[in-house]
Design a binder for this molecule. Structure first.
Ligand SMILES: *Cc1c(COP(=O)(O)O)cnc(C)c1O
Length: 459
């Protein structure tokens, strides 16, 4: 590593300037570049590490927005992509088919909870959510149940940024300004264990939230198409975690009222929570399972919506009116499907989930002492997701937002060679599965010093 080599620094500055002259970055107040926030041109990635054009390397502790599973530049996935690109890069998916899509659908159905029978492909997580919402509504409509047009979503949930997906999300930061444009779901209380009353267990918190859902359904059940939720971890909502009992009860309640359960496993799927899919921990099968992010190992945009034979059959008819006339130009892209197949092959060839259990235990061990800091109100973990809730000293009171503690911690960690991109004042680890013990030690040291630095000064 050539730390701060002057030519490399100049290179990084050169690309940063060209970027800031023409690009508009996602989820970013561009005014904060370049002063408050550094913009980091990256030249390449290997394993859990990103290599900056400035000559520094950065440990990707957040898996590049939760997409990367087996490391940057994973050679088997890269090779599958190169091979497929030379064979068939794309063909429209209406009227045409290809091996990678067929094999991917077969593999996903074999791995998913039992009872799912069909796969609809799209190209990002938000699009998958749109597909599930539209399919649910439309399937009831096709069966003559035209009164069902409401959705129920959870407080603090997140399902993406397009208007339909944003509508069923509940994060004011993203939703508030667009509210006048959005369909209005019913929001049910979150089972989030952080919200438990003093002395209340995560289990009882989940039961209480399920009781509130039951009451909402008793009143509105006949007009609802579906309940949408993120199983076990509300990721964008601050890595808030909950007991699987909520999923079991939600499944039962949906059945009782004849409504669909949409499981948005876009972030938590593919082993993040310890099981391949989070729903497995409640032994439930949703009516729709939305997958994306890790699906291609973090290489290419692709999403899949798995659904039941019953939903599929509601669209079968001699008339086109009843068909699901939704498409994206790149639906079923063969290169993305090949990347997904190579990713699933790794799960098949290697004891990934077993190895992750050891990694998750190491994460827990290293995080525990960090939890002793007076500003860390909670350390919580579900499988390969571990979060630190930063609060006022020795309390569960939120820090003043004007202090921008999370942003401060982000900058402090970057200076020490780690990408920790907090959600508000929640710092979290969601690393690629290839992270080593040495990397984890480095991550823990940097996290501790970033928390110390950001809570000490930095206003
Ligand atoms: C990221 C995410 C989405 C949106 O996926 P995009 O590919 O960013 O559109 C939807 N739901 C959940 C739970 C997510 O974490």
């Amino acid at each position: 590593m050539t730390m701060n080599d002057p030519t490399m620094l100049a290179d990084a500055a050169h690309w940063r300037a060209r970027d800031l002259a023409v690009l508009w970055h996602p989820c970013t107040q561009m005014r904060e570049h370049p002063e408050t926030l550094p913009l980091l041109p990256i030249s390449h990635g290997r394993g859990a590490w990103l290599y900056g054009m400035d000559g520094n390397r950065y440990l990707d502790a957040v898996s590049s927005w939760w997409t990367n599973l087996f490391g940057h530049g994973e050679p088997r996935i890269a090779a599958a992509i190169a091979e497929q690109a030379q064979r068939l890069e794309h063909v429209m998916f209406a009227g045409f088919s290809h091996q990678p899509a067929v094999q991917l659908a077969e593999r996903l159905l074999a791995l998913a909870p039992p009872g799912l029978a069909r796969v609809f492909l799209a190209d990002n997580g938000s699009a998958a959510v749109e597909v599930a919402l539209k399919m649910s509504f439309h399937s009831f409509f096709n069966r003559g149940d035209t009164h069902r047009r409401k959705f129920i979503a959870l407080h603090n949930g997140y399902h993406g940024e397009t208007l339909g997906a944003l509508a069923v999300g509940d994060l004011p930061l993203y939703r508030r300004i667009y509210a006048p444009l959005l369909i209005e779901p019913l929001f049910a209380p979150s089972p989030d264990a952080w919200l438990a009353e003093p002395g209340e267990s995560a289990y009882h918190r989940a039961v209480r939230a399920a009781d509130a859902l039951a009451a909402m359904l008793a009143e509105h059940g006949a007009t609802v198409c579906a309940l949408i939720l993120e199983p076990l971890v509300q990721c964008a909502g601050g890595m808030r975690m909950y007991h699987p009992e909520y999923l079991r009860r939600a499944r039962t309640l949906c059945d009782q009222h004849g409504i669909h359960l949409i499981a948005d496993e876009i972030a938590v799927g593919f082993g993040r929570t310890g099981t391949l899919f989070a729903c497995e921990q409640a032994a439930i099968t949703p009516d729709f399972l939305c997958l994306s992010k890790g699906l291609t190992g973090g290489f290419l945009p692709l999403s899949a919506v798995l659904t039941s034979a019953a939903v599929y059959e509601a669209f079968l008819d001699d008339s086109r009116d009843r068909a699901f006339l939704h498409s994206h130009s790149y639906t079923g892209n063969p290169i993305a499907c090949a990347a997904a197949l190579a990713t699933l092959a790794i799960f098949h060839q290697e004891p990934v989930l077993e190895r992750n259990r050891a990694t998750a235990a190491a994460m827990a061990r290293l995080a525990a002492p960090i939890g002793d800091h007076p500003n860390v109100a909670e350390v919580r973990q579900t499988g390969m997701i571990l979060a630190f809730e930063l609060c006022q000293s020795h309390s569960r009171e939120a820090l003043p937002t004007t202090q921008r503690t999370g942003l401060c911690a982000y900058r402090a960690a970057l200076q020490r060679g780690v990408v920790l991109r907090p959600l508000g004042d929640v710092l979290y680890w969601m690393p690629p599965y290839c992270i080593t013990d040495d990397d984890l030690n480095h991550l823990a040291r940097v996290t501790a010093s970033a928390i110390a630095a950001s809570t000490r000064s930095c206003a």
